[in-house]
Design a protein around this ligand. Structure first.
Ligand SMILES: [Zn+2]
Length: 283
């Protein structure tokens, strides 16, 4: 089953008087959505009790949960201490996912603004192998780690690099942020064929199962020469990419991905718009 949901909580959720993410699963279900990416992007701060409450609600309201790990993870840091901390943040996010019953965590692998690109990729692969081993030792290996394709040229996370990292273990599924691919490539996603090229590259390298169950982020995005500048909403049509050609490509490849909308402010409302576009294209 394909799933749609927001990254974090919409402004309207708070405007309507809701205060806690524990209330999100019911709120999303009432809207007609069925996925939710909980944000630990500024650190894993949620208590075990709250995490378990969110998980109970998600189960009750059929919401597929994922968690975004902290942004400051850098598996390719030249400092050993920072790499060790990065591993710890990923394991903390996995532990939080366990409490919540979240199936996936999304991880930014790092940056190569200070180091050689090849060295950075090899280091991230080494660190990821250690993370997978520690996850297994701690009974956390039933949660899927989804390394994310990143939007800035100086970030370790081109589509090709994320594919290389995912090749080390069948349990790794890429998070494909189509806005990031568009930004990094200076506006390359404009047609069904453009999206198909991305999907086919993933299938060729990682197999159909992982393509079918892909983790996706989607939003319109503003970019500069350095890549990603700012996420916008679906109404900000001066920025690409469009979702419609991607929806067509998802049908062609018979996929059942999780699609998380990262629009600014109204991510849940826009997730619902994506779902409607998808249904219209299919109908
Ligand atoms: Zn991300």
């Amino acid at each position: 089953m394909i799933r749609f949901g927001p990254s974090g909580n919409s402004e309207s959720f708070y405007e309507q008087g809701y205060k806690s993410s524990v209330q999100m699963p019911a709120w999303l279900n009432a809207m007609g959505l069925n996925a939710y990416e909980y944000q630990c992007s500024k650190g894993v701060k949620v208590s075990e009790a709250v995490a378990r409450n969110i998980g109970d609600e998600a189960l009750k309201y059929n919401i597929y949960l994922s968690i975004h790990a902290p942004y400051y993870i850098n598996m390719a840091s030249e400092e050993e201490e920072k790499r060790a901390n990065s591993k710890r943040y990923i394991l903390e996010t996995l532990t939080c996912a366990k409490w919540m019953g979240a199936k996936r965590i999304v991880v930014h692998t790092g940056s190569y603004s200070k180091v050689d690109k090849k060295w950075a990729l090899n280091m991230a692969i080494t660190v990821m192998k250690e993370v997978l081993e520690e996850a297994r030792e701690n009974g956390l290996d039933d949660i899927v780690i989804c390394p994310e394709v990143l939007g800035k040229q100086n970030q370790l996370g081109s589509l090709e690099e994320i594919i290389e990292i995912c090749k080390i273990d069948n349990r790794l599924i890429p998070t494909v942020d189509f806005g990031h691919i568009h930004a990094r490539g200076q506006g390359i996603l404009n047609s069904v064929e453009d999206f198909m090229k991305v999907l086919e590259k993933i299938e060729k390298n990682l197999g159909y199962d992982r393509l079918k169950n892909l983790h996706c982020h989607f939003s319109r995005i503003e970019f500069t020469k350095g890549g990603e500048k700012k996420h916008w909403t679906l109404d900000d049509v001066q920025f690409g990419p469009d979702f419609e050609p991607l929806a067509e490509a998802l049908y062609i490849k018979n996929m059942e991905p999780v699609i998380i909308c990262e629009s600014r402010g109204n991510m849940a409302e826009d997730a619902l718009k994506l779902k409607k576009v998808y249904e219209r294209v299919g109908g």
